[in-house]
Design a protein. Structure first.
Length: 222
């Protein structure tokens, strides 16, 4: 089957794609910052030995890990205003869905990183008079962070790719802008191909960074 590829009809809208890419980066920065910060807090709650603290955190993690992000975004956009009476913008719905999901997944990374530190490290902190909080902040987390960097970087890559789900509520990120271009020019194949290439160019350095961190810290732990 012959097909006349027409990428020029996409590139003429380069400013539209640029605005979409900026919206994608904005969503990525907000969701990554809140998601990783919240994930650290939730991971420490999950690590708690007190059941009334760890169980609610575990419930939160399981709910958001086992429901699709797309469904969460749609629910926040359409159902949350019905339940609360508060209007939710497309960006807010996307931020809520992606951030809360990122918190749940990041929490397990942080919890696993903390648990991977040998018990002797806790005992060493206790032996020199450190409290639990001081041992966590000065001894455990600095060591755990080295082991957590590769999976956290991978999570950041996933957050960037998840930003495309915001198009379901018409948030003007890269994929949504490509949909608009395709509707104007009837060129969905070219429009989506360009978006795929844009994501590849942005994410390839981050993927290489993840590989580098895995090699570096894998050797240091060996």
């Amino acid at each position: 089957m012959d097909y006349n590829w027409d990428f020029a009809s996409v590139f003429v809208y380069w400013n539209v794609l640029a605005m979409g890419l900026w919206a994608t980066f904005k969503l990525f920065i907000i969701c990554s910052t809140l998601g990783l910060g919240g994930g650290l807090f939730m991971g420490m709650l999950r690590y708690s030995k007190t059941r009334w603290i760890s169980y609610p955190a575990m419930l939160y993690v399981e709910v958001f890990r086992n429901t699709p992000v797309l469904v969460q975004i749609i629910w926040f956009f359409f159902a949350l205003p019905v339940v609360t009476g508060i209007e939710v913008s497309p960006m807010m719905a996307a931020v809520l869905g992606i951030t809360l999901n990122t918190i749940a997944f990041s929490a397990e990374v942080f919890r696993g990183g903390i648990q991977s530190i040998e018990r002797e490290q806790w005992e060493a902190g206790k032996a020199i008079g450190m409290s639990y909080a001081q041992s966590m902040r000065r001894v455990i987390l600095p060591q755990a962070l080295k082991r957590m960097l590769p999976p956290l970087t991978s999570r950041g890559i996933e957050v960037f790719k998840m930003s495309t789900l915001a198009s379901v509520v018409a948030y003007p990120e890269t994929l949504q802008q490509a949909k608009l271009i395709a509707s104007y020019e009837y060129n969905p194949i070219e429009a989506y191909t360009v978006v795929a290439l844009m994501f590849f160019i942005v994410l390839l350095p981050l993927v290489q960074l993840t590989y580098m961190l895995e090699r570096r810290f894998g050797k240091s732990d060996a």
